[in-house]
Design a protein around this ligand. Structure first.
Ligand SMILES: NC(=O)c1ccc[n+]([C@@H]2O[C@H](COP(=O)([O-])OP(=O)(O)OC[C@H]3O[C@@H](n4cnc5c(N)ncnc54)[C@H](OP(=O)(O)O)[C@@H]3O)[C@@H](O)[C@H]2O)c1
Length: 249
């Protein structure tokens, strides 16, 4: 199977690193000739297409990774064929705006953690060809409707907020005197541990938190400050704002 990448920018570079890490032969990947494509193909041996028409002709699965505003125009008029699959990672661009008939199309939302095969990637609809590609970037999660996919896409923004919280925690700790390397590693691994425990257990999250938050203890003290500043409500509002932006509401 030949995988084509149309739009070789930041996310594509992360996905390409993930494909290499998964053992994919770089000769099985063809890149559209813009952005980081020339440098990446020189370094790793990916094929370089002459233009987007050439890319589509040579690929079985095409990952569309241009900016959302460029997506409908980027796929228009290309020689799509039966049996081909397009996987669009363009946030907020509905399937109805991407005319790739008679090829089949899937939406997916990988994170830059694709680079280390740790991206929980939601996708819709559940096509085997798309799943086979996305599973190389971390655990893929099929969704039953495009509306569900849109809600799940908010997690792509939450992923960035989590990184911002890790940075803030690390900066605060080092300002208090902790070695910056230790502060960074500790903050990052704290978020990994919190997420992994919830991901691997079935108990209700309320119960897990109740067990964790000792009355009068340090976790409770911090939660009181966050609640007094309306942080939980602000977080919900931010999620809603992202969904509105994704759906054009
Ligand atoms: N960044 C993330 O973490 C992330 C996560 C999830 C989803 N996404 C989605 O991924 C997509 C790409 O994001 P990005 O951050 O990687 O953007 P980016 O760095 O700007 O990359 C987009 C690339 O597409 C190229 N391009 C634009 N039109 C093209 C065309 N017609 N033919 C060939 N190449 C074309 C651009 O080339 P030039 O440089 O020549 O203009 C650029 O290299 C977006 O739709 C975004 O919603 C991103």
């Amino acid at each position: 199977m030949i995988i084509g990448i149309l739009g070789v920018g930041h996310l594509a570079a992360s996905m390409l690193a993930g494909f290499l890490r998964s053992g994919l032969d770089p000769a099985a990947i063809v890149l559209s000739p813009r952005g980081k494509a020339t440098a990446l193909s020189a370094r790793h041996g990916f094929q370089l297409a002459a233009d987007n028409r050439d890319l589509v002709e040579r690929s079985d699965v095409v990952l569309l990774s241009v900016r959302p505003a460029h997506a409908p125009e980027a796929v228009a008029g290309l020689p799509w064929r039966m049996g081909q699959t397009v996987v669009s990672v363009c946030a907020g661009v509905p399937l109805s705006r991407l005319d790739v008939a008679p090829a089949r199309i899937v939406r997916a939302m990988p994170f830059t953690a694709s680079e280390i095969a740790a991206s929980p990637t939601v996708y819709f609809p559940d096509l085997g060809e798309a799943r086979a590609v996305l599973d190389r970037l971390g655990p893929s999660i099929a969704l039953p409707t495009e509306k569900d996919f849109e809600v799940a896409t908010v997690s792509a923004a939450v992923y960035g907020w989590a990184q911002d919280l890790i940075r803030k925690t690390a900066e605060w700790s080092s300002a208090e005197g902790l070695d910056p390397t230790i502060a960074r590693r500790l903050a990052a691994m704290t978020f990994v541990a919190a997420g992994q425990l919830i991901a691997e257990k079935d108990e209700p999250m309320d119960q897990m938190l109740e067990e964790l938050v000792t009355p009068g203890g340090i976790t409770e003290r911090g939660l009181q400050v966050l609640l007094a500043r309306d942080v939980p409500a602000a977080w919900e509002e931010a999620c809603g704002a992202v969904l509105d932006k994704l759906t054009g509401a």
